[in-house]
Ligand binder design. Structure first.
Ligand SMILES: [Zn+2]
Length: 378
């Protein structure tokens, strides 16, 4: 008869608190050792998106091992049950290497208060009472369901209104993108964050950006700050971009490794339908930049983590400009085929030769030549 013993053990919350503190200490040690498997052993694997988000987070530790790090129970209310606990989480770290302009690295100490997170007690033998371990299951989300997607948010402020706007906007953006990319990546989880620091800390410790409004990577949920957009039309635009990435991830197994300007450029083009007048403004801007000799070398906007802040916007803008050129000359299907070839592992040059029939250097030259005349002139 083990059940009464279990109940007796957990009538007092202190053992559960101590066990969770021990789990957090294990996670802390694993991060300081850049030991990805040891860290991921404390992450609940039951939802693939959540597990993938933390796998990507932990994969950065190989190159960005922090010099100081701790995960602890933070300030605020905590509840401890036999198999489920909800605790405020605090994450602190310092990564001494990296550029000073990096938010997460570059020597600045970071201290991020997560909203309450859920730990679940796992009993590996299924017959209790010990050994058992507590696994991080994720934030204590409230969720509403749409057709083929779930919207999650932390109640408070305007989060519930934002969630309802997203519930209305996302299916419109998804339908547009599925047609634009010619595919359907299937069910999605949409997470809405109230705190930017919380959002950034769930992506990478070495997050380069001080400002981050939204995020998605292959196999993850789609993350947005609740303050990123303010109306249903703005959320359609926001998700047409971010879900555009989800469509790109579905194009091939190497999609996460394609040049950054490619994934941002095609996501921007997908979203442009929800931005009246945007494409015309972009065209004008790039004709001006081209005539001023101020286009950005592609290699400067190929890697998200190492791109300099001053050129980062060009991954979006210049990537979009080249996508528009390719679309205009070859059409939607060939543009998608070109990106798909890169997602299947082709270099930009190989994909360009294979799908568009010329070397990348020639495509780059022709695109630049197309921008040589002022807007409105032939
Ligand atoms: Zn993007």
């Amino acid at each position: 008869m083990l059940l009464p013993l279990l109940l007796a053990l957990h009538a007092d919350p202190q053992p559960a608190r101590a066990e969770i503190e021990a789990a957090l200490a294990n996670m802390t040690r694993a991060v300081l050792a850049a030991d990805q498997p040891a860290f991921l052993a404390s992450i609940d694997q039951s939802e693939p998106e959540f597990a993938t988000e933390w796998r990507h987070w932990a994969a950065q530790l190989r190159d960005w091992k922090p010099d100081a790090f701790a995960m602890t129970i933070g300030e605020g209310d905590a509840t401890f049950g036999d198999t489920r606990a909800v605790v405020p989480l605090r994450m602190t770290w310092t990564i001494n290497k990296g550029p000073e302009e990096s938010w997460g690295a570059g020597g600045k100490p970071r201290d991020v208060a997560f909203p309450p997170v859920v730990f679940l007690r796992e009993d590996p033998d299924g017959d209790g009472p010990l050994p058992a371990r507590w696994l991080l299951h994720g934030e204590d989300w409230t969720e509403i369901r749409g057709q083929g997607f779930i919207v999650r948010y932390i109640p408070g402020g305007n989060a519930e209104k934002v969630a309802r706007d997203v519930l209305a906007a996302f299916p419109v953006a998804r339908e547009h993108d599925n047609a634009f990319f010619g595919l359907d990546p299937g069910p999605q989880i949409l997470k809405l964050y109230t705190s930017m620091d919380h959002l950034k800390a769930t992506v990478y410790l070495n997050m380069p950006d001080s400002y981050l409004g939204g995020w998605s990577e292959s196999g993850e949920s789609i993350k947005f700050l609740t303050s990123y957009a303010h109306s249903i039309p703005e959320w359609k635009n926001a998700y047409a971009h971010e879900y555009g990435h989800v469509c790109t991830w579905a194009m091939g197994p190497q999609a996460s490794a394609i040049p950054w300007w490619t994934s941002e450029g095609i996501a921007e083009q997908a979203a442009a339908v929800f931005r009246p007048g945007y494409t015309e403004q972009l065209d004008k801007r790039f004709r001006n930049l081209a005539r001023a000799g101020e286009l950005t070398p592609w290699e400067d906007i190929t890697d998200y983590v190492t791109a300099k802040q001053k050129v980062k916007a060009m991954a979006y803008l210049q990537g979009n400009s080249l996508m528009l050129y390719v679309t205009g000359h070859w059409g939607d299907a060939e543009r998608n085929g070109w990106v798909r070839a890169m997602c299947r592992g082709a270099t930009p040059d190989a994909a360009t030769r294979e799908v568009l029939g010329l070397p990348f250097a020639d495509l780059d030259r022709d695109w630049r030549a197309s921008l040589a005349t002022p807007a409105g002139e032939k």
